[in-house]
Write a protein that binds this ligand. Structure first.
Ligand SMILES: Nc1ncnc2c1ncn2[C@@H]1O[C@H](COP(=O)(O)OP(=O)(O)OP(=O)(O)O)[C@@H](O)[C@H]1O
Ligand SMILES: [Mg+2]
Length: 373
């Protein structure tokens, strides 16, 4: 396993500045996830680390040595892509062994490595099959097997689960985390799926338009995002963002009503703000007594919980997450509120987060609102 350091890394494609001064240290043995919207530069970052793409500026260090000009093989990386491109005329076993045969490893060594990878990935029963006889998840395991046998110092995964159906993705992401715990290799995993990032990562790197927005553990980013982009990107359903209409002291008028924010949060800024409310932090209740009021547009029942869409104004609908199946009916007028300490506050102009959540408060079961129906 290796340590990887990016120091002020730039990448230009012609005039297009795809990666813009990225600084990042990836620790030995860490499972780090790059997440961000399409086109933000996730694959480019992996390709720069793997050596498939030249670095335009800055330094890449692998185990404290400048590696900008190292050949891909010197970097000891193995990459697994979304499209796993197995050789159709070879068996699973031959597919896994192929790279090692090309590298002219002794036969016995190849056999040992294939057997180990096969045991790790539970491929023993499949070794004699051809790719056309495998499911998507099995094919992806073979692709990972091909990477493992090379005994790389760094694994690079570029959306390896995107082609799989939802159930298989969940299964494979658990398997990948378990694999990481077993082999403890440095792994850099790219996805645009925030759920994958939250569930798999030891640390998440949120990328946006070629820059890093924030780096931290999943809960650090969820509870204390640096800005609105990170706040809205992580979490499903997304955080509700309500823009201030007017203010009187620490009373903020929002679409659908007025809320109070703590003096402390307001003291530091005179600019217009946005209030962020996570769906699980909002409670519904009596419209006469709760700070916000709106009409229920839609209720999504998931069995264990319900997502309730409440229209506060023609332009502003919020989503509320409620545990259980008990929910108001579409058309009903409801009140909505939250504990002040659960809200997030952003500078409306810059998106910078001025107040976040400590993560321990305001689960949807907790409420201090009285007169709930
Ligand atoms: N070879 C190239 N030539 C020109 N522009 C490129 C090249 N490769 C990538 N880009 C551009 O660089 C930006 C980042 O691309 P990249 O493939 O890294 O995005 P991504 O985050 O992996 O997106 P996705 O989630 O869609 O895979 C995009 O705007 C893309 O169009
Ligand atoms: Mg990509």
């Amino acid at each position: 396993m290796s340590k990887v350091e990016l120091r002020n890394i730039d990448k230009y494609f012609g005039k297009f500045h795809a990666i813009q001064g990225v600084d990042l240290t990836i620790n030995k043995g860490e499972l780090i996830v790059f997440v961000g919207p399409s086109g933000c530069g996730k694959s480019t970052m992996l390709r720069l680390i793997s050596g498939l793409e030249d670095i335009s500026g800055g330094e890449l260090l692998i185990d404290e040595q400048i590696a900008n000009n190292w050949m891909p093989v010197q970097r000891k990386v193995a990459m697994v892509f979304q499209s796993y491109a197995l050789y159709p005329n070879m068996t699973v076993s031959q597919n896994i062994a192929f790279g090692l045969q090309q590298a002219k490893l002794p036969k016995a060594e190849i056999a040992t490595r294939v057997a180990e990878a096969s045991a790790t990935l539970k491929l023993d029963e499949l070794l004699g099959r051809r790719p056309s006889q495998l499911s998507g998840g099995q094919s992806q395991r073979v692709a990972i097997g091909r990477a493992i046998v090379r005994d790389p110092s760094i694994f690079l995964f570029d959306e390896p689960l995107s082609n799989l159906d939802a159930e298989l993705r969940v299964h494979m992401r658990v398997e990948l985390v378990a694999l990481h715990q077993r082999i403890k290799k440095t792994m850099i995993y790219v996805t645009h799926d925030q759920v994958e990032a939250m569930t798999m990562a030891e640390r998440i790197v949120v990328l946006n338009a070629g820059r890093i927005e924030q780096v931290g553990t999943p809960l650090e980013l969820y509870n204390a995002p640096k800005n609105e982009f990170v706040a809205v990107f992580l979490g499903s359903p997304k955080m509700n963002i309500l823009t201030e209409i007017s203010r009187n002291g620490n009373e903020i008028t929002l679409p659908g009503g007025r809320i109070s924010v703590s003096d402390e949060a307001m003291a530091t800024h005179s600019v217009k703000i946005k209030v962020g409310l996570r769906p699980e932090h909002i409670v519904l209740g009596n419209p006469e007594t709760m700070p916000l009021r709106g009409r229920v547009r839609l209720v999504e029942q998931l069995g264990s919980e319900s997502f309730i869409y409440v229209e506060l104004s023609p332009e502003q609908t919020i989503v509320v997450r409620k545990s259980g199946q008990d929910a108001p009916n579409p058309g009903e007028i409801v009140g909505a509120g939250h504990l002040p300490e659960c809200s997030y506050i952003f500078d409306a102009a810059t998106g910078i987060c001025m107040k976040s959540n400590d993560g321990n408060r305001g689960g949807y079961e907790k409420t201090h609102w009285k007169n709930q129906p």
